[in-house]
Design a protein around this ligand. Sequence first.
Ligand code: CP
Ligand code: NVA
Length: 306
Amino acid sequence: MRHFLTLADFSKQEILEILDIAKSLKKDLKAGKYSNLLERKTLGMIFEKNSTRTRVSFETGIYQLGGQGIFLSSNETQLGRGEPIKDTSRVLSSMVDLIMMRTHEHARLEEFAHYSSIPVINGLSDSFHPMQLLADYLTMQECQKDKNPIVTYVGDGNNMAHSWLMLAAKMGFELRIASPKNYEVSPDIYQKAREFAKISGAKLIVTNNPQEALANADVVTTDTWASMGQENEKEARKKAFKGYCITKDSMQLAKPDCIFLHCLPAYREQEVSEEVLESSQSKIFLEAENRLHAQKGVMVWLHQNR
Ligand code: CP
Ligand code: NVA
């Protein structure tokens, strides 16, 4: 049985298989066709942090596949009152068919998965957001930016940056990450990605110079400067990230037909200008929609490979 905790655990072939399922389900949905691939299956969705896209896309996705989702906010379950993860995991394993968990430390997800006898999906942890990256790659495929692209991520070395490292390392493309000093990606995760890159031929560049990183890019992306749980660092981060906002000028350093991606929610005039977000190069709403299709792909793939 497989879990979906990070892209590190998946081969390029498997990532493409998941996306093929996602594309086929998207095509069916657009034609008004529904399949019952997960009929009577239940997805438990544990949220220890806020969410709009992840919650709605998982709940809608499982319903469209013939199953149902149960929203489990940590405030309203015994997890929030300190029931151990190892107990919660074994209890839920005996009742539902799949688990999605959004949490703080990545180790919480690993512990949950360790005790679980059903597939566990990472809906975001402090270290990784792999579901988002599947939607991002699906968007790149649809915009024809998946053949040897140069992808530039400007911003915090956070869960999104780490997940971009894993995606590039697995798929074999060039990724440049520009972050301010002291806000770079985790050296351990970078090292792990470099190991995978040796096999895939990916080129991974980490720098403090956004302009250099943006030159000739096919895809430009960023994320919030203060992630969930870092609310009290907001002001310090605003200062540290000065010069890291993606503006029209930044986009002009990239290829003329480059696209802009952002996992959302976006903070206007901080990591990105309103002008770029609302420009024709911005594919943020296609990207958000693709969360639904990518998630359906993962749930079906995990069910088929259980
Ligand atoms: N991008 C993303 O995961 O959005 P939510 O936090 O709204 O789920
Ligand atoms: N890095 C952000 C992503 C939100 C989808 C966070 O963790 O809050």
